[in-house]
Design a protein around this ligand. Structure first.
Ligand SMILES: *Cc1c(COP(=O)(O)O)cnc(C)c1O
Length: 445
């Protein structure tokens, strides 16, 4: 038998088994049921998504949404002539987001596969506009070292110098002073993050915008901003309505958000919006006519599934502002509760407490504890929880943290179970078995 093969029965009721190679397209067909079972069984080895506290990505949707997505599975989003209504739903979603994010008029924008694609598009637009101002030389992009990897990707793919500014000295993200100090005539833009992936904190978008205004007023370069609101774009408008971070700031030219994070849709959908037509260079929009009709497209890919757009629109009309506020508030309440409970274990110090994104990051309080966040992460896995541990970005790289992302569907009950397991992990690591909840059950003298 080939080591790298799987054995299956080709058809129900048939004797004999066939070998399915793992790394080569099999020569013969098998029965649909057998194939489904084979794939299904292998996928049982994947983690249970609801216990995965590492990801920001939606792992639960209502049955109605799932049904709708199944209905739309054959729709190609790019085929706007054949599926004009799907295109119309996408247009409405863009309009709703433009309104939500304070666009002065009608914002322009598009759905994408996720925030990463939207960030690439926004970066390209900044680069083009910088060149259109007559600039030459190697462009750079200013951002905190805490940016998500998609920005480093953008810089590498499009040959832009990434100016990744150190964090630390009392902050875990970009500050206005550091951003302004890093800008020069070659700077295509500053990226501010509304909610840092590392600890969920908001960057001071309005403060950065004001500092860039002052830089221009002093005769310095006039540097536009992009806000990476992958998570916060669907949290701040509902939970922090007084926080001004969006198109209400004239300096903010574009915003991205992940429909599949707190937009509450299954992966992969994201949104990229520009404050007005002028912010999106016309040459980046292609008019495609080979599918019939003439339709503008702006994206890195061509064909894409339409189901996510239908699901996003469903979620918007289903929840409304009220529903998003309720879901977000619930997540924030659970995150805050967890922060208090984890704080009271005594072994950890909290970097963030779910006050901005419903995210908390915490490190081991005692530097000489003899165990690390990596031990905690590994042991929680034995309880079924996925809680990642990693070093903070440059400037705080000696600080190692655990991070919990509270998503829709992670209830107070589940949070209680997590705290129980975390307490028992800590108790074992510190060798203090007596502190583990339930440790005395079954204890005999
Ligand atoms: C998740 C995330 C991204 C990437 O988004 P995808 O939707 O996964 O492509 C970019 N920026 C930030 C701040 C993020 O949290």
């Amino acid at each position: 038998m080939d080591d790298d093969a799987i054995w299956v029965r080709p058809q129900l009721g048939l004797d004999g088994r066939v070998e399915i190679p793992r790394g080569r397209l099999p020569e013969h067909s098998i029965d649909a049921h057998a194939a489904r079972q084979l794939v299904h069984d292998e996928l049982m080895l994947d983690g249970r998504s609801r216990l995965n506290l590492a990801t920001f990505v939606t792992t639960w949707m209502e049955p109605e949404a799932r049904e709708l997505m199944a209905e739309c599975q054959d729709r190609n989003l790019v085929d706007k002539d054949e599926y004009p209504q799907t295109a119309e739903l996408e247009r409405r979603c863009v309009a709703m987001l433009g309104d939500l994010w304070g666009a002065p008029g009608t914002a322009v924008g598009t759905s994408t596969t996720g925030s990463s694609e939207a960030c690439m598009l926004a970066g390209i637009a900044l680069q083009r506009r910088w060149r259109a101002r007559g600039a030459t030389g190697r462009p750079n992009l200013v951002m905190g070292a805490n940016v998500q990897v998609c920005w480093e990707k953008f810089c590498r793919y499009w040959d832009v110098e990434p100016r990744l500014l150190r964090v630390g000295d009392g902050t875990t993200h970009l500050t206005a002073e550091r951003a302004v100090a890093a800008c020069d005539a070659q700077t295509i833009g500053v990226v501010a993050i509304l909610g840092s992936t590392f600890d969920g904190t908001y960057e001071p978008v309005a403060g950065i915008a004001a500092a860039l205004d002052a830089l221009r007023d002093r005769g310095g370069p006039d540097v536009p901003m992009h806000v990476d609101a992958a998570s916060g774009g669907f949290i701040a408008p509902f939970l922090d309505p007084d926080l001004v971070w969006d198109f209400r700031l004239a300096r903010v030219q574009s915003i991205n958000a992940s429909g599949h994070k707190y937009g509450l849709v299954y992966p992969g959908i994201g949104w990229g919006l520009w404050r007005d037509e002028a912010a999106l260079p016309r040459e980046l929009v292609f008019d495609v006519d080979y599918l019939g009709g003439s339709m503008p497209t702006y994206g890195l890919s061509f064909s894409r599934p339409g189901a996510q757009v239908a699901a996003q629109y469903y979620t918007f009309v289903r929840l409304g502002r009220e529903g998003y506020r309720a879901v977000g508030q619930d997540c924030r309440d659970v995150a805050r509760w967890l922060a208090r409970e984890i704080g009271s274990i005594g072994a950890f110090s909290l970097l963030s407490r779910g006050e901005e994104l419903p995210v908390l990051a915490f490190s081991v309080a005692a530097p000489d504890a003899g165990w690390t966040v990596y031990d905690v992460s590994e042991r929680l896995r034995a309880h079924g929880w996925i809680v990642p541990a990693y070093p903070m970005p440059q400037g705080l790289e000696d600080l190692h943290v655990l991070r919990i992302v509270v998503r829709n569907g992670f209830s107070r009950d589940m949070a209680g179970l997590l705290v129980r397991d975390l307490q028992s992990v800590v108790a074992r690591l510190t060798g203090d078995e007596a502190r583990a909840p339930g440790a005395r059950i079954g204890f005999h003298h």
